[in-house]
Design a protein around this ligand. Structure first.
Ligand code: ATP
Ligand code: MG
Length: 355
């Protein structure tokens, strides 16, 4: 076996299962390769992870042809490094996560790709849960492109603060809500925050909102993609689960995979996938058309160990009522999308109760 091949393999073996962002190669302090026999010394100050690291190393190296793998541990920090790596548990960036006050269950609605209907799904899920009798909040965490105020008809809602500087969430259609859109002087005001200011604002949104009575569910509408907002959320707040929204096309599904991987990395359980714009039912003939082709979402969900929570049809009423500021679930009882959203909400409640 070639030494470089062994090192490359170790570099590509991440340790995210124990919540750290480095690879096996980062822990390596000594390595000898003789034929197919490998001796490796790993840095690990805590015995707690020895068994895991030993097994992981053996499995990794045997997969590339090693016959005997001898693993030793050292707790001595490397001499050349001034700051020795911390033991894995202390490096876990998720240990400082806090629960969002005043909320029982927190659900993040995300998508790998923009424009797939994430906000529509988030708002209608909130409405569906409300319709089922739960107390619900909606947090628009899309700091650069908030659509919550439009979709919930809340553009004119005033936000006031409590004496201890908590923003009081106004209510729209019985749903408590907060969006950066409510705090900007006008809809056209661009948000030009950069890193630290964005984090501060997001942190305030997560922890300094007064939601009134305790919420059964808080739905967080995320911006598209796998960027800073998602990572900050994962590192600072305890999220009970993520729902990933997609459309049936392959290009959107590629991004679903990225989304699932990101949530795995930030240790947020993926509750399931909602496929939006799945099909269109012709109102004249009742015939169903799969406009974007045959869906593969269910296969992808299975492949990644999650499930398809439901398929939402393309229905002009969804967009019409959205623009009017009323979620279709509350506006049109008999719409097919309403039925589909109610079913997704039911599955969601069931899955959360099994956690
Ligand atoms: N099932 C549907 N039927 C008809 N129109 C829909 C449906 N779902 C979403 N739309 C429309 O598609 C547009 C995009 O939806 P939406 O804003 O919810 O997407 P998004 O994923 O949140 O976008 P962004 O990535 O910009 O945040 C909106 O005009 C919305 O009304
Ligand atoms: Mg959106």
């Amino acid at each position: 076996m070639a030494l470089t091949g062994v090192i490359d393999r170790l570099k590509n073996t991440n340790l995210e299962e124990i919540g750290v962002s480095f690879s096996l190669a980062d822990l390596m302090r000594d390595l000898k390769v003789e034929g197919n026999n490998v001796y490796i010394k790993l840095f690990s100050p805590s015995e707690k992870y020895h068994e895991y690291l030993k097994e992981k190393t053996e499995k990794t190296l045997k997969s590339i042809g090693a016959e005997n793998v001898e693993v030793e541990f050292t707790s001595e920090p490397p001499k050349q490094q001034q700051q020795p790596p911390q033991p894995p548990p202390q490096q876990n960036p998720f240990e400082s996560r806090r629960r969002i006050p005043g909320v029982k269950k927190v659900i993040a609605v995300a998508s790998g790709k923009g424009g797939v209907g994430k906000s529509t799904v988030a708002v209608n899920l909130a409405a569906a849960l409300k319709k089922k009798g739960y107390s619900v909040g909606y947090l628009d965490a899309d700091m650069y492109g908030p659509s919550g105020p439009t979709m919930l008809g809340a553009k004119d809602k005033q936000v006031v603060a409590t004496p201890d500087n908590k923003l009081i969430a106004p209510e729209a259609h019985g749903i408590k809500m907060m969006s950066i859109g409510l705090l900007l002087p006008s809809e056209d005001t661009p948000v030009i925050w950069r890193g630290p200011v964005l984090f501060k604002a997001l942190s305030q949104f997560l922890f300094d909102i007064n939601w009134g009575e305790e919420l059964d569910f808080l739905i967080i509408d995320l911006p598209p993609g796998t960027g800073d907002v998602q990572i900050t959320l994962g590192q600072t707040a305890e999220i009970d689960g993520a729902v990933i929204v997609t459309t049936p096309q392959d290009v959107a599904l590629i991004d679903v995979k990225k989304g699932i991987q990101m949530f795995n990395e930030v240790q947020i359980p993926v509750i399931g996938i909602v496929e939006n714009m799945s099909y269109f039912v012709c109102p004249d003939t009742g015939k169903k058309y799969e406009i974007f082709g045959k869906s593969k979402t269910e296969d992808v969900a299975k492949q990644y160990g999650t499930e398809l929570l439901g398929k939402i049809p393309i229905e002009p009423k969804v967009a019409e009522f959205s623009d009017l500021g009323i979620p279709v679930v509350l506006a049109k009882e008999d719409a097919q999308s309403t039925q589909a959203f109610m079913e997704v909400a039911e599955k969601l409640i069931k899955k959360l109760s099994e956690q």
